[in-house]
Design a protein around this ligand. Structure first.
Ligand code: SF4
Length: 180
């Protein structure tokens, strides 16, 4: 899917600074059980972030949700700031993306829903429980929390991505904005 059926969405994303985005069919995202396993074993946010597993739907429910949509925008972000500035960079980008989601929703796309590029870090310390979330209207899960194999999925759409061996390397980040 290369042509936008939603030009206003492109306009909103461009104005927000997310010019590197393409339209994709959500069904082209690879949803895999191994991604959830990586959350469960090896990620310190498992059970500690209110927007991460296990506080998300099951892998099969995530797959099912993607199939309810036929249009989505894959957004590429490049993080090239110093390590110590990355948390603030992510927080700022997450807020701007959520404002874009809100504008897209208000423009008549009632199903707009963001799968973010990074574990929610809007607060310095997450409360862990969704019930106690301080910013419930703007917290969102990541693509990975929805068991999307980001590597395989973005490569299918022509993006190059690789495992980084050094935290100082420029990082490619991706978000998926489900539209309709
Ligand atoms: S908004 Fe704050 S409390 Fe809620 S999920 Fe994000 S970091 Fe956790």
């Amino acid at each position: 899917m290369t042509q936008s059926a939603f030009p206003l969405v492109d306009t909103i994303l461009d104005a927000a600074g997310f010019v590197d985005h393409i339209w994709v069919a959500p069904s082209t995202m690879t949803v895999s059980q191994w991604v959830r396993m990586k959350c469960m074993f090896g990620c310190p946010d498992y059970g500690r972030n209110a927007s991460c597993p296990p506080n998300v739907p099951s892998v099969s429910e995530c797959r099912e949700l993607l199939l309810e949509y036929s249009h989505a925008v894959l957004i590429h972000l490049v993080c090239d700031v110093l390590i110590e500035a990355r948390k603030e960079w992510s927080r700022t980008k997450q807020k701007v993306l959520m404002e874009a989601e809100k504008q897209i929703f208000l423009s008549g796309n009632e199903r707009a829903f963001l799968l973010s590029f990074e574990n929610c870090n809007l607060c310095d310390e997450c409360v862990s429980s969704p019930r106690d979330c301080r910013l419930p209207y703007i917290r969102r899960p990541t693509m990975e929390a929805f068991a999307i194999d980001v590597y395989s999925s973005v490569r299918q759409h022509g993006y190059s991505i690789s495992v980084k061996k050094d935290l100082t390397e420029t990082a490619d980040r991706f978000a998926l904005l489900l539209i309709a």
